[in-house]
Structures are given as structure tokens and as C-alpha cells.
Design a protein around this ligand. Structure first.
Ligand code: GLU
Length: 411
């Protein structure tokens, strides 16, 4: 992450403190909500040819006040403890905001996922699971995919967990549909982002049909956000991944490029650098990759009216301030990308009830609950005359603080 001026976790805690002030919370409660309940750091020896590489893995459990901890596992070379703390904390606020019965956690391994073979990835996930099994479980802490991991990784995690603890498919979400996964979960984060984009346009009296969208990221979130934005009538004029960006002012046909692994081999009208997608003129900008990509260096060059945060923490606090003075409306990560964990909640309940939903029901529930979360955050922002991020934190921190105090955690 490029949160140079302060740590990513400190940035989240600034928002927690601000919400605490608006809500009139006790200083001690704010302090408790700014700390992580448990942090486990492990080493993961990995066979590499004749030698062994030793990777560092993490699981940070931020809060269980509202239910079992929940959050993905990220494989990325830049992952460190501060990052994982920030992401675990964001999961607490995300699950509270959308009112699902979970707390927050996050896992990670500092490794470049694009350079791993499938066998190496499997070895790492199995080792991660074995080392952390004592803190995991369907009523303790439930992992899911994040950047660098996918449904296949979750199948290996479930299999390893079953060997150690017995059958419990609800121990992890984001599994393949063929193996206790839920139809709709894979697309859920991107679908939620697109739904929130449409709701933002409507709220601001901008026509959804033909609204222009630029998307940074062509991973799980970016590609489904692009697809559903197009299905809803928006025009995706640019999309990028690490290999660069493609542009078509008439609108890219996302369906035709959807199955490409990267954008490198896609036929394009115009090509630009990966970072340039962020500064294109458009109605909606969706950063859907790493954190900290909109920062001091490019905030003043942003040319979008609305930013929908598909990624976690894509905008630094300083850049957020600057963008708001420019009049850019930002829909924060804990609302905009919460469709993923909402979908995980649907998968978890289906596993526990041993009853599966049809895709249509999954989509309907997701769309309705995303919309009501949006309406609620919007109303709170009006009530307190604050921006949407602050409003989202006010709702989330308020709910977690209430649960924390009701539990009598202090006695
Ligand atoms: N990794 C996703 C997120 O950051 C999903 C987490 C989950 O489903 O538990 O929200």
C-alpha cells in the first residue's frame, strides 16, 4: 500500500475515532475498537527446487463483538502486519454496516501470487490452515478469498480443515459451487459495486443509461463490476490491469473480453498505461485493485464525478480530503464492496442449514440488502451533515460499540 504519510491501520482508526466523537462514545470503547483481539503471525516453509523458501503468513482477528470473525486471505508481495490489521478492522465495519452477524478478520501471505504454481499455492494454503486451525471454525473465524486467492484455494482450505476437524463446509466461504459453494458468490462483490454505482447515479439524478465508467483492476471485483455495469446500461469506457489499460469511448464490450485472463492479449482501440485509467474523464471511477492507489501524487488529476471504492482503502485520507474539496462524491469501500461478504453470509447460512438457494434468490437478496444499506448511509450522511464515508463509519461503529457494551466485555 502507498499510505506513506501514516499506516493503513492508523488511517482506519482515524475514521473510527471520528465516528466515536460524533456518537459520543467513551474513550475506552474507542480504544478497544481500535485494537485487534488477536494477531497470529506464522512462517510457511515452501519447497523451491532443492531448497526451502520461508514465507510469512498472518491471521488478524479484529473483533468478535457481533459474531464470528470474517474476512478473506490475501496473497500479495506487499502484505504486512499493518495492512492485515487495517483490512481486518475494515471487515468489522463492513459486516456491521450491512448488518450481517459477523465480526472482522483478515489473513494474508507475503508472496507474489502470480509467480506461484498451482501446487505451491495449494501447499501454502494447506500450511496456513494447519498453522491456524486452532483459531478458525464456522463459529470462530471464517476465511474467504481476497486478492491472489480464489474458489480453488478455498476448496483446499476446506479440505485441510476437514482432515483436521471433521466435516464443516461453513468453515470457509467463496468455495466452488460444485463443492459447497453458493451460486452467485463469485460475482457478488462486483455485482454489489455495480448496484451501488447505479444507486449513486439515481440519487444524484444522473441517468444510468449511458453513464461513463472507468475501472482500475480486472480481477474478480473489476471484471464482474464491469459486466454488471454494462448490463445495467452504463458505458464502460476504460479498464486496466497490471499489463496496462484499454480505452473505447463508445463503450467496451465486457462480455467479449470477460474470459481473458489478462488484458494484455485483448484487441483494443486505444491502449494507455495502467495508472492513467484513474485520471480519465468519466462519470464513475471504480478503483478495484490494491489500496492507496489514489494518493497525494494523483488526487488533483482525478476527472470523475463519483468514485465507487471496489477495492479496500484505495484512497488515502489526504487524497480523500482533497477530492471532497474538488466536489468528487466518494462511496466508501465498506459500503461499495460489501457485496462480497454479504454473499459469503448467504453461503455460510446455506451451508449451516444444508439448504441451497437458486441463483435468482441470491441475487435478489443481495440487490435488496445493498440498496437498503446505501439508503441508510445516505440518510445518516444527511442527518449529521457528513460525507458518506464518515456516515458509514458512524453506522458501523455505533452498532459494534453497542454490541461490545451489551456483552459486558468490560467486566
Ligand atoms: N475479501 C472480501 C472482502 O474484503 C470478502 C471477505 C469475505 O467474504 O469474508 O470483503
Amino acid at each position: 500500500m502507498t499510505h506513506n504519510e501514516s499506516s493503513a491501520f492508523a488511517e482506519v482508526n482515524q475514521k473510527v475515532a471520528q465516528a466515536g466523537e460524533i456518537l459520543g462514545l467513551k474513550a475506552g470503547v474507542v480504544k478497544a475498537l481500535s485494537s485487534c483481539e488477536r494477531e497470529v503471525v506464522i512462517s510457511i516453509p515452501l519447497r523451491r527446487g532443492d531448497d526451502v523458501d520461508v514465507l510469512t503468513g498472518y491471521r488478524v482477528q479484529h473483533s468478535s463483538a457481533r459474531g464470528p470473525r470474517k474476512g478473506g486471505i490475501r496473497f500479495h508481495q506487499d502484505v504486512d502486519l499493518d495492512d492485515v490489521r487495517a483490512l481486518a478492522s475494515l471487515m468489522t465495519w463492513k459486516t456491521a454496516l450491512i448488518d450481517v452477524p459477523f465480526g472482522g478478520a483478515k489473513g494474508g501471505v507475503a508472496v507474489d501470487a502470480s509467480k506461484l504454481t498451482s501446487i505451491e499455492k495449494e501447499e501454502i494454503i494447506r500450511r496456513w490452515t494447519r498453522s491456524l486451525v486452532h483459531v478458525l471454525g464456522h463459529h470462530r473465524d471464517i476465511p474467504a478469498p481476497d486478492m491472489g486467492t480464489d474458489a480453488k484455494s478455498m476448496a483446499w482450505l476446506m479440505d485441510e480443515f476437514h482432515r483436521l476437524e471433521g466435516f464443516q463446509p461453513a468453515c470457509v466461504t467463496g468455495k466452488p459451487v460444485e463443492l459447497f459453494g453458493a451460486a452467485g458468490r463469485e460475482e457478488a462483490t462486483g455485482r454489489g459495486v455495480a448496484m451501488i454505482a447505479a444507486a449513486t447515479l439515481k440519487e444524484n439524478k444522473v441517468k444510468v443509461e449511458g453513464a461513463t465508467v472507468a475501472i482500475q483492476g480486472f480481477g474478480n471485483v473489476g471484471r464482474y463490476a464491469a459486466l454488471v455495469c454494462q448490463e445495467l446500461g452504463m458505458k464502460v469506457i476504460a479498464i486496466s490491469d497490471v499489463s496496462g489499460g484499454i480505452v473505447d469511448k463508445k463503450g467496451i464490450d465486457i462480455k467479449s473480453i470477460f474470459s481473458h485472463k489478462t488484458l494484455e492479449d485483448v484487441q483494443a482501440n486505444e491502449r494507455i498505461g495502467a495508472a492513467e485509467v484513474l485520471t480519465l474523464e468519466c462519470d464513475i471511477l471504480i478503483p478495484a485493485a490494491l489500496g492507496g492507489v489514489i494518493n497525494d501524487s494523483n488526487a488533483s488529476n482525478i476527472n470523475a464525478r463519483f468514485i465507487i471504492e471496489g477495492a479496500n482503502q484505495p484512497i488515502t485520507i489526504a487524497a480523500d480530503r482533497e477530492l471532497r474539496t474538488q466536489g468528487v462524491l466518494i462511496v466508501p469501500d465498506i459500503l461499495a464492496n460489501s457485496g462480497g461478504v454479504m454473499g459469503s453470509y448467504f453461503e455460510w447460512t446455506q451451508n449451516i442449514q444444508e439448504f441451497s438457494w437458486p441463483l435468482e434468490k441470491f441475487r435478489r437478496e443481495l440487490d435488496t440488502r445493498m440498496e437498503s444499506a446505501f439508503i441508510n448511509v445516505h440518510a445518516v450522511s444527511k442527518k449529521h451533515s457528513v460525507d458518506l464515508r464518515t456516515a458509514a463509519f458512524v453506522v458501523a461503529v455505533g452498532r459494534v460499540a453497542e454490541a461490545f457494551e451489551l456483552r459486558g466485555s468490560l467486566v
